[in-house]
Design a protein around this ligand. Structure first.
Ligand SMILES: Cc1cc2nc3c(=O)[nH]c(=O)nc-3n(C[C@H](O)[C@H](O)[C@H](O)COP(=O)(O)OP(=O)(O)OC[C@H]3O[C@@H](n4cnc5c(N)ncnc54)[C@H](O)[C@@H]3O)c2cc1C
Length: 295
């Protein structure tokens, strides 16, 4: 493997935000976990410093911002993206895609990321489907701020395929006597994964059966119909933005949860590439809790 260029200097970020430290790794192997999800393993000289930042985070939803360069650029990889940006016109700037780090394996020195393969649209999904050993994965991070609250009486997880890696990691961090419910929306039985769930956590797989991702109401329907357990819940609710928004009333109005006990955000938005989705966070449509609209 090639020698890594010096990492860009760290810039302290807001809590949960990914630090602007660039990590360059190379794909070592890939593995299809299900019909629509491929796992990419990556390693390299920068593994150790990334693994330290990952351990310091101690989050179960650590995420990275993976860089994608304009394919017309003739640059040798890896490249210091912050420096490269200084030299490029606006229409050639690199873009980022956000992914959960599913695991950091200190024995094999691999970073593990699970990608939804959602067709030929986009950059990251198609890249992961075709990734091969030696391909560069350059990213900033990790960010992330959630870890299951050990004081909670029960846990609620809700998400679509994009949140499955973060939900799976959170479930693995639960104590063996934890109880609760996980609602996971995927296309079909072929997308179900084995999760190391404590006996008291019920996993409800919800199948779209060909319905376009991001247009279903099944998460809301299922959680509305849930016989709500007694006690204080710790909730983790992430996925397509519109579907996540549709759960606000159930969580905050019907069940009176406080914001502190719910980790909630959109991971992507129907009909938007991530660049547009991120830009919309500055407008009401892109916010889970628009500033002038109470939860
Ligand atoms: C904190 C965080 C963690 C995330 N973790 C993961 C993760 O571990 N694994 C993962 O797969 N995704 C994850 N996502 C979601 C991922 O960042 C988006 O799905 C991203 O848009 C995919 O980029 P792309 O280049 O494939 O598609 P884009 O170029 O962004 O979008 C192209 C088109 O595909 C649609 N699209 C995007 N994502 C999906 C999808 N999942 N299903 C169906 N259609 C889609 C868009 O609406 C758009 O129409 C995470 C997002 C966040 C914010």
């Amino acid at each position: 493997m090639q020698t890594q260029p010096a990492a860009a200097p760290a810039r302290p970020g807001r809590s949960g935000r990914p630090p602007r430290v660039q990590t360059n790794l190379q794909v070592t192997r890939t593995e299809w976990l299900s019909k629509h999800m491929v796992r990419v393993y990556a390693s390299g000289d920068a593994f150790e410093s990334f693994a330290e930042r990952y351990a310091e985070k101690a989050a179960t939803d650590p995420y990275i911002k993976i860089f994608f360069l304009d394919p017309s650029l003739d640059v040798e990889l890896p490249v210091n993206v912050a420096e490269l940006k200084e030299t490029l016109p606006a229409d050639k700037l690199p873009v980022t895609r956000t992914y959960t780090v599913r695991r950091v394996d200190r024995e094999t020195r691999e970073v593990v990321v699970d990608f939804v393969v959602h067709g030929e649209e986009g950059l990251a999904g198609p890249w992961a489907a075709r990734a091969k050993p030696g391909d560069w994965m350059m990213f900033n991070g990790p960010g992330g701020a959630y870890r299951p609250d050990p004081e909670a009486d029960w846990y609620l997880f809700a998400g679509d395929d994009s949140a499955l890696p973060a939900v799976a990691s959170a479930i693995e961090a639960l104590s063996p006597d934890a109880r609760g419910h996980a609602f996971l929306e995927v296309d079909s039985e072929a997308d179900v994964q084995e999760l190391g769930t404590p006996a008291g956590l019920q996993v409800h797989w919800l199948f779209r059966h060909g319905q376009t991702p991001g247009t279903a109401t099944m998460l809301r329907d299922a959680i509305s119909a849930l016989e709500w357990p007694e006690g204080r819940v710790d909730a983790f609710v992430h996925g397509e933005r519109g579907e996540v928004k549709s759960l606000r009333d159930v969580l905050f109005k019907d069940h009176g949860l406080s914001r502190e006990q719910v980790s909630i955000s959109g991971y992507w938005a129907y009909g938007r590439a991530e660049d547009a989705f991120q830009a919309e966070k500055r407008t009401p449509v892109g916010q889970i809790f628009p500033e002038n609209e109470p939860a």
